[in-house]
Ligand binder design. Sequence first.
Ligand SMILES: Nc1ncnc2c1ncn2[C@@H]1O[C@H](COP(=O)(O)OP(=O)(O)OP(=O)(O)O)[C@@H](O)[C@H]1O
Ligand SMILES: [Mg+2]
Length: 266
Amino acid sequence: MTLALEAVQVTKEYPSPSGDGIITAVDRMEMALERGEFVALVGPSGSGKTTMLAMLAGLLAPNSGAIRIAGQDLTQMRERERTAFRRREIGFTFQDNNLVPYLTALENVEYMLRLNGEYDRPGRERARELLVRLGLEERLKSLPRQLSGGQQQRVAIARSLINQPTLVLADEPTASLDTERAFQVVETMAQLVHAENRAAIMVTHDLRMVEYCDRVIQMVDGRLERVLSTREDITCLVNPALCERIPLAVLGYEEDEALQVQYVEL
Ligand SMILES: Nc1ncnc2c1ncn2[C@@H]1O[C@H](COP(=O)(O)OP(=O)(O)OP(=O)(O)O)[C@@H](O)[C@H]1O
Ligand SMILES: [Mg+2]
């Protein structure tokens, strides 16, 4: 069976700010996702998560490596081909959610249907349903500026899912949500990914959110540091107090990055 996503030895270098060297933001990173998998991508600030996601979305070209989505290598495509492929196969939300300011919440989601030539009754019904599932029933007709940051983020999540893409990418989708809403949104994402057999990667700093994920991939300094794939390991990460091990320290987090999880004394 074809993997939903396969990234092989992906590297991205930026010129350093001083101009006399390079920063290797992503260093021979590897990952593979099957359809139906919801994966968390975690790691300290600056470890290369957003850069990796931008490459997986086909928005940023790696210096080397291969990125195959549904068996097709993004890095080998011409720009036009990649754009069309991205619309069909990849849904993403980045932290600045880029909603169209003069379209309502519903129209922002429907707009993606138009881009794909799928603006029909079932598509529109699905757009409405997604927004309702994400708790925006009362806000379908609001413009982005009339919405809170968290509501805008939820519109962006609906937009990333509307075209039923193979791969869903979300960079900190819960960053501006309160705890209850954050859990709800991530749970909804997990349900949709599992029910519709998509593959999704969620970058998060809030380790409580990984509870809904099937695997946790950790990056440090641009590299793949560790993959947690058992329920037990993931539960330890969510709730260190329940475990004898000290997963945050194991994971290489500094204390100030323990982020909203109860920190376990070394
Ligand atoms: N356009 C750019 N030009 C130069 N350096 C960059 C650029 N974008 C990112 N970097 C550098 O690449 C490294 C990885 O950045 P990236 O944004 O991918 O990290 P991150 O893991 O998403 O961090 P955070 O958790 O803070 O969002 C950092 O050292 C960053 O300063
Ligand atoms: Mg980032």
